[in-house]
Design a protein around this ligand. Structure first.
Ligand code: SF4
Ligand code: SF4
Ligand code: FES
Length: 228
């Protein structure tokens, strides 16, 4: 396989043919924001946070699924690109609970970090919000579908890395939900509780069970002995 040389934000970079613009940008030291992308596991181009401007192209391109080409000239931070990313993020947030103060993922949430880095201070879009119950059926994983942004990273890792396929996307459009088929509790399906989905989830939609309160309660119980 040959190589291609392209220019990204004025930096020339040479990569193997077939490399995505996103990967070429990373190699050139140019950071492009992503949300649904998970290297070699989930490269589906669905969130469109990673859009870039390519000279001569009629529309913005999702850099994670656009192959680099010889002589391509890419701009990753133009006004049009910034506005498109802001609109995409505002649309995602418009169907997301505003619970950052109490969310288990606050401080390590990719959605929160992106909103901060893109300077989102208001949401221009208003509409219905999804409402699903929290799934606390398993001893170790909590699913909070209202915080799901449908990036499918968990679905891909469960299927392709773990070979389990315990979760998938069901429903369509606004009614789409990621979880076990038939909206069954996670404990009722083939899930092995490996936790890989929790690791790759960019938001608080999948998290580990937090037993801190029970531990404090047990520590304060004079009838219990603490063994360290
Ligand atoms: S815990 Fe493992 S098996 Fe269960 S849904 Fe997540 S990735 Fe799949
Ligand atoms: S649960 Fe998390 S990883 Fe899975 S689709 Fe939703 S946001 Fe993405
Ligand atoms: S990161 Fe490229 S489309 Fe989501």
């Amino acid at each position: 396989m040959g190589e291609v040389t392209l220019t990204i934000d004025g930096r020339q970079v040479t990569v193997p043919a077939g490399t995505s613009v996103l990967e070429a940008a990373t190699q050139a030291g140019v950071k492009i924001p992503t949300l649904c992308y998970l290297e070699e596991i989930n490269e589906i181009g669905s969130c469109r946070l990673c859009v870039v401007e390519i000279e001569g192209a009629r529309t913005l391109a999702a850099s994670c699924v656009t192959p680099a080409a010889q002589g391509m000239v890419v701009h990753t931070n133009t006004k049009q690109v910034r506005e498109a990313r802001r609109a995409v993020l505002e649309l995602i947030i418009s169907n997301h609970p505003f619970e950052c103060l109490t969310c288990v993922r606050s401080g390590s949430c990719e959605l929160q970090a992106l909103a901060e880095s893109l300077g989102i201070r208001e949401i221009r879009f208003e509409g219905a919000k999804s409402h699903h119950s929290v799934d606390e059926s398993t001893p170790s994983i909590v699913r909070d579908p209202d915080k799901c942004i449908l990036c499918r990273r968990c679905v891909a890792v469960c299927e392709q890395v773990q070979g389990v396929s315990a979760i998938n996307v069901s429903g369509r459009g606004f009614n789409s939900v990621v979880g076990p088929a038939g909206e069954l509790p996670l404990n009722d399906v083939a899930c092995t509780l490996c936790g890989q989905c929790v690791l790759v989830c960019p938001t608080g939609a999948l998290s580990e069970v937090d037993s801190t309160r029970e531990v404090w309660k047990a520590l304060a119980d004079p009838k219990k002995q603490v063994v360290v």
